[in-house]
Design a protein around this ligand. Structure first.
Ligand code: UTP
Length: 276
């Protein structure tokens, strides 16, 4: 049973400037709920009730969101407005929150390594909350992956088929098909050119990682832009042992980009808001 989920939330969110100048990208609301809360709810649903946040400068609002606001609680206690706090109260009742700061933004791999002290020597989930995932027909994406982990006991990345002219935005895998929607990873490339991409199976922001990944990241040199890429470490892990890629069931919105964020907002407003 995986109990912990890591949330790298230290990035600058430059694509949302000026909104993200003094506000964390992860606090942008999709309708009435901040992006990071959707991620935390998905982790808790998957049984990962310890949420480990890798934060950075200017991200204090995230820590405050996962804490009690006594003044506000007192103010609306006993009024009809209490209903608006229901979802976050539910999260706070079920989850535990730990935090560590990433002092320099040296990439996703580095953010995950920064979270090692909160995770320790056990398998863990990772959610990039700017990928908003929903499955209206059943278990959330991380819960689907946790079930697979119980079977395969190795790192798992979530993948999605993307149009060829979008592969350059993602880590892309090639793998041996194991069963419907499941591949054993054979190669992995970060942000390839269309002509160099091994497939159109793109890695999205959901992972289950085994703790040996920390030593592998430590030994991984920074990539072209000076960032330590998680994809490079996962490629090594795949060569040394096993990494699976799972075509998840459900929807995913790229809320790190403005069009994806607007799409998510429309979807949630029409299909989710007011119904939970
Ligand atoms: P992104 O590539 O989306 O970067 O990071 P970003 O800074 O958040 O956004 P843009 O591109 O400037 O608009 C993917 C995820 O990894 C985290 C981010 O917070 C995001 O969830 N991350 C990235 C870190 O926590 N630390 C890093 O050093 C880099």
């Amino acid at each position: 049973m995986i109990k912990k989920c890591l949330f790298p939330v230290a990035g600058y969110g430059t694509r949302f400037l000026p909104a993200t100048k003094s506000m964390p990208k992860e606090m942008l609301p999709v309708v009435n709920k901040p992006l990071v809360q959707y991620g935390v709810e998905e982790a808790i649903e998957a049984g990962m009730t310890t949420c480990a946040l890798v934060t950075g400068r200017g991200k204090r609002a995230i820590a405050d969101h996962f804490d009690i606001n006594y003044e506000l609680e007192h103010q609306i206690q006993g009024t009809g407005k209490e209903v608006y706090l229901e979802s976050i109260r539910n999260v706070l009742d079920r989850g535990t929150f730990t935090m560590v700061r990433q002092r320099e933004m040296k990439g996703l791999g580095h953010a995950i390594l920064t979270g090692e002290s909160l995770i320790g020597n056990e398998p863990f989930g990772v959610i990039l909350s700017d990928d908003l995932c929903m499955n209206p027909e059943g278990d959330g994406v991380l819960a689907q992956m946790a079930a697979l982990y119980r079977q395969f006991r190795c790192s798992i990345v979530a993948i999605q088929e993307v149009p060829e002219d979008e592969v350059h935005k993602y880590g892309v895998i090639a793998g041996e098909p194991m069963k419907e929607g499941l591949y054993r990873v054979e190669s992995m490339v970060e942000k390839p050119k269309k002509e160099d991409a091994p497939s159109n199976l793109a890695i999205i922001g959901r992972y289950i990682l085994t703790p040996d990944i920390f030593d592998i990241i430590r030994a991984t040199e920074p990539g072209a832009n000076g960032e330590i890429q998680l994809t490079d470490a996962l490629m090594k892990q795949a060569q040394m042992g096993c990494v699976m890629a799972y075509k998840f069931k459900g929807l995913r919105f790229d809320c790190g980009s403005v069009p994806g964020f607007v799409e998510a907002t429309n979807y949630v407003f029409e299909n989710v808001y007011g119904q939970d």
